[in-house]
Design a protein around this ligand. Structure first.
Ligand SMILES: CC(=O)N[C@H]1[C@@H](OP(=O)(O)O)O[C@H](CO)[C@@H](O)[C@@H]1O
Ligand SMILES: [Mg+2]
Length: 541
């Protein structure tokens, strides 16, 4: 049978419901799992094309809906170096997903092959994994149908966190090269991270234990596994208490727990019994995000979000670079979005004296901007982020000869960090250990961490409007250029509040406009948010 006939036949088993339009967005395709079967099949076709286009390099496919409800699912592609899919290909994904018939699908597939000058004899290679959602297994079957029909070589990595799959993709593609990323296996991941953690600790002891809420997602089992590769608590190693790791009751996934719950509700999961000043953290459903928190002396909940992780990491890495005698050589910078608390931005530039860049929402933008520094630290306020070291920085770290024992210690720690940190993408497990390393070095508890600066009270409001696409932004989403006049109204309001800042932008993942406001007091922040929300509602009528 010719390929197009085989494709027609295979596609016939994964019909697309006529009424649905799909879009490959910030987080790939994401929706109710019942709608996803044809989309995953088509993503499989695209993964094969992408691999062929890149000369047979391995592409990753991750099936997950992260922090969304258990009945949702999603699919996204991972490029060879563990990055997110190149932006220009998002449109191809959307096109394939929306083909209205099997025949049209084959037509689009063939046209893409021709336009992209894909040679049929080039091999295609794909690796894939999924989170713990019940729908995952059938969606994998749809993916495999696409991989089979296109003659793609594939490996099933079964249940994995999203960042673990990114690790696998980069490891596979760099095997035998000058810069192998790691052994392309789950064990390889644990070994690399575990060994790097031990080195980065430099014999320091963690102060007490940390409790990690795993959102009842894929991160729980993986964290338990990772712990086996860390110095054991009974021998003076870090004690990690794993909670909310029940994957047997699917309805518990992300329910009243997890990073998104904690960040959105600004409180600990109801299941938490943490005592005062006890370190706690929450992962999201696919373990690519993490936030920390604690209960203060007065019983108040204190969130240590992505901004806090970024400032902590930047301060530590900046100090190490100086101690290693590389303060002038390595240009360290921090990348945030407009949602970063104004106090954190101020702290980075005024206290840490580091450059700080603001990009539009979505980690791909932050990641890209971070690669412009020798060492780029990026985090979204919601806890998704990592640190990236440029090839030149890695070379400097590898070749610098320390001139004193203190320089050697700093250099060794920095080198260990380059392995501990998952540089491909934000990784909750690796970020967890990074924070623990830094707190141990500084001899800090969560309270000392929090006391570096005081967050400005802030409010995030979600507004439904007739058409969110009329809200067009400039200046990294901080200003509206349309509808005309709206920004002037916002500016006039902001001017009335001490330390006031506010912006409105269309969400990239939901049919809504988000308004963010911060000001000197809680009352003023709430007031400013409400007033700007009213302006947006009127403009969006
Ligand atoms: C305010 C906020 O948290 N926005 C989130 C959310 O984007 P929106 O475009 O705001 O819907 O989902 C993105 C994907 O997960 C994430 O990158 C981003 O940080
Ligand atoms: Mg996630």
């Amino acid at each position: 049978m010719a390929l197009h006939e085989k494709l027609l036949e295979a596609s016939g088993k994964h019909p697309k419901p006529a009424e649905h339009q799909f879009q490959y967005g910030t987080a790939g395709f994401r929706m109710k799992a019942t709608l996803l079967d044809p989309v995953v099949f088509r993503v499989g076709l695209l993964a094969a094309l992408r691999s062929k286009r890149l000369g047979g390099q391995t592409i990753g496919v991750m099936i997950t809906a992260s922090h969304n409800p258990p009945e949702d699912n999603g699919v996204k592609l991972v490029d060879p170096m563990g990055e997110m899919l190149e932006a220009s290909w998002e449109a191809y994904a959307t096109k394939l997903a929306n083909a209205s018939s099997d025949a049209e699908l084959v037509e689009i597939y063939n046209k893409l092959s021709t336009d992209l000058k894909i040679k049929s004899e080039t091999p295609a290679r794909v690796v894939y994994a999924r989170d713990t959602r019940a729908s995952g297994a059938t969606l994998v079957a749809a993916l495999v149908d696409a991989l089979e029909v296109t003659g793609t070589q594939y490996t099933d990595y079964k249940l994995m966190t999203t960042p673990q799959l990114h690790y696998i993709v980069r490891s596979v593609n760099t095997q035998g090269s000058e810069a192998p990323f790691g052994e392309p296996s789950e064990t390889g991941y644990y070994k690399k991270v575990g060994a790097a953690f031990k080195k980065a600790m430099q014999g320091r002891k963690a102060n007490g234990s940390i409790t990690v809420d795993c959102a009842n997602g894929v991160g729980g089992g993986k964290l338990r596994e990772l712990i086996k590769y860390l110095p054991q608590a009974s021998e003076g190693g870090l004690e990690i208490k794993v909670v909310n790791d029940d994957v047997l009751k699917p309805e518990r996934l992300n329910y009243q727990c997890g990073a998104d719950f904690v960040k959105t509700n600004q409180r600990a999961p109801p299941s938490s019994h943490a005592g005062q000043l006890a370190r706690c953290a929450s992962l999201d459903g696919d373990a690519d995000r993490i936030v920390f928190y604690f209960i203060d002396h007065d019983g108040k909940f204190v969130l240590l979000d992505g901004d806090r992780i970024a400032t902590l990491a930047a301060s530590f890495i900046g100090d190490l670079a100086k101690q290693a005698g590389l303060g002038d050589e390595l240009r360290i910078g921090v990348v945030q979005t407009a949602y970063a608390n104004g106090s954190s931005t101020q702290y980075i530039s005024k206290s840490l004296k580091l450059p700080v860049v603001c990009t539009p929402t979505g980690v791909k933008h932050l990641h890209h901007a971070a690669t412009k520094f020798d060492i780029g630290v990026y985090f979204e306020a919601n806890g998704h982020g990592t640190v990236v070291f440029s090839p030149a920085a890695l070379k400097t770290l590898a070749t610098t000869e320390p001139q004193s024992p203190a320089q050697k210690t700093a250099l060794d720690t920095l080198r260990a960090l380059t392995d501990l940190i998952n540089q491909t993408v934000g990784d909750a497990l690796s970020d967890l250990l990074l924070v623990e390393v830094i707190l141990a070095h500084k001899g800090w508890g969560p309270k000392e961490w929090e006391s570096t600066y005081t967050d400005l009270p802030n409010r995030l409001v979600r507004i439904e409007v007739a058409d969110r696409n009329i809200f067009k932004t400039v200046d990294a989403e901080r200003r509206l250029e349309s509808p005309p006049g709206v920004q002037d109204q916002i500016d006039a309001l902001v001017g009335k509040y001490k330390a006031g800042r506010s912006f409105a932008r269309a969400s990239g993942t939901e049919d809504a406009v988000r308004v963010y406001a911060e000001a000197a007091t809680r009352g003023e922040a709430d007031d400013l948010a409400q007033k700007v929300a009213t302006v947006v509602k009127q403009a969006g009528r």
